[in-house]
Design a binder for this molecule. Structure first.
Ligand code: T4K
Length: 377
């Protein structure tokens, strides 16, 4: 089979019609208001809290700052239990808050933190749980909340991958004490860079809005040591325009995900992404697992082979965060404590998925996977 003429990346950003953005930019130009919570910012906060079905939402300049501020807002300290199978930002925001990440193993089906293993990791130093809805699959939110309530812990969800996800018609951002999303260019919905925190508490909204704006209350009053986490007006304008197209983007990805499922069903050694009952998925990623024993070749081999055909898949999330030099000395990072995560980290492969990808390309990628397995590509 011939390689793709152009590189096929794991994702491409959704780009709205330029004219629509241009109209928004003209509004910004005439207002001469570029940042510090202007009209675009206010409009986007309102529209997103309705779209995501969350009572309170604060915009941020990126998902990482949103998570950092979530930790500050809840006054977390000491140790926080988290997952090693995530993007670097998750444990890093703990470290930046002077909190020790405690890595807990993951569930073999959802690949999220294993709610049954959290309790055994709790010590007097534990103040919270930072769980991630990895690839948009919701965590076991009920069980996590039960554990947190019993031990008096706070729960933050890193919902960076979970834009638009719902459990039984309830917005994913309403679970736990705070959820944080990323609106990075590589995400289903984006504001170029950006993010948000979501929750159900009015007093928390006020605290978070102080924290993201240096703690400034008015011209002469600074009430707490805040940071600059503000989303600017250009980002917010992009967000407002993209919100008009996100449903269509999601639908295109759903169709392509179905093509992947149809083509790869029954292929020995390939595990397809889990589908949970009563969950509205967002089709942000299509991440398969490749069992070397059953498939015949390792994930790393498949990754390299696909590259030869101009297909740039990603090993999300390899290496595990617990194997980073800054965390591997931690007791909780020992591989024997994280057997499921260690195996999944070796097996996961994010396949290309974005609205502009053609169905033909998806079928060709699947054909390549089949040929690689036969050793006859
Ligand atoms: N928590 C979790 C669980 C996260 O996954 C993330 C971010 C965060 C927290 C933090 O949120 P932010 O502070 O980022 O808002 C990407 C993203 O940069 C990162 O936002 C994301 N997670 C992570 C999963 O993916 P990389 O290193 O894979 O990005 P990069 O530059 O290699 O891009 C991937 C592919 O996307 C490229 O091969 C081509 C395509 N691409 C990328 C960009 C930036 C484009 O086509 N156009 C573009 O503009 O991290």
């Amino acid at each position: 089979m011939k390689p793709f003429k152009e590189p096929v990346y794991v994702t491409r950003p959704m780009l709205p019609p330029l004219e629509e953005l241009d109209t928004k930019l003209k509004d910004i130009w005439s207002a001469k208001w570029l940042t510090n919570c202007g009209q675009q910012h206010i409009m986007l906060e309102n529209r997103l809290s309705a779209y995501l079905k969350v009572p309170y939402l604060s915009l941020f300049n990126n998902g990482t700052t949103a998570l950092m501020v979530a930790c500050q807002a809840l006054r977390l300290s000491g140790d926080v239990i988290t997952t090693p199978f995530t993007f670097a930002a998750t444990p890093h925001i703990l470290a930046w808050n002077n909190i020790k990440p405690i890595f807990c193993d993951i569930d073999p089906v959802t690949m999220n933190i294993d709610a049954n293993k959290i309790e055994q990791m709790i010590t007097p130093q534990t103040t919270g749980i930072l769980a991630v809805h990895v690839f948009g699959t919701p965590c076991d939110v009920e069980k996590i909340q039960r554990v947190a309530d019993y031990y008096g812990l706070k729960v933050i969800y890193d919902a960076a991958h979970a834009f638009g996800v719902e459990i039984g018609n309830r917005g994913i951002g309403t679970y736990g004490d705070i959820s944080a999303m990323s609106f990075h260019a590589t995400k289903l919905y984006h504001t170029v860079e950006g993010g948000a925190v979501m929750h159900n508490s009015e007093p928390l909204k006020q605290r978070i809005d102080f924290l993201k704006n240096f703690g400034i209350k008015d011209e002469e009053t600074v009430v707490m040591p805040g940071i600059n986490g503000k989303m600017n007006e250009l980002q917010a304008a992009m967000g407002l325009v993209n919100l008009n197209y996100v449903d269509a983007e999601m639908e295109k990805r759903r169709i392509l995900s179905d093509v992947y499922r149809e083509e790869l069903a029954g292929l020995a050694g390939i595990t397809l992404p889990v589908v949970l009952p009563d969950v509205k998925a967002n089709y942000q990623y299509f991440v398969i697992r490749i069992s070397e024993k059953q498939f015949g070749f390792s994930r790393n081999y498949v990754y390299s082979k696909l590259k030869e055909y101009n297909v740039y898949t990603r090993k999300y999330f390899y290496p595990l965060c617990s194997n980073y030099t800054c965390y591997r000395q931690l007791e909780s990072s020992r591989t024997e404590n994280l057997p499921v995560a260690a195996q999944i980290g070796e097996e996961c492969l994010a396949l290309p998925l974005y609205g502009e990808l053609s169905e033909l390309s998806v079928r060709k990628i699947c054909e390549l996977l089949k040929l690689i397995q036969k050793g006859s590509e």
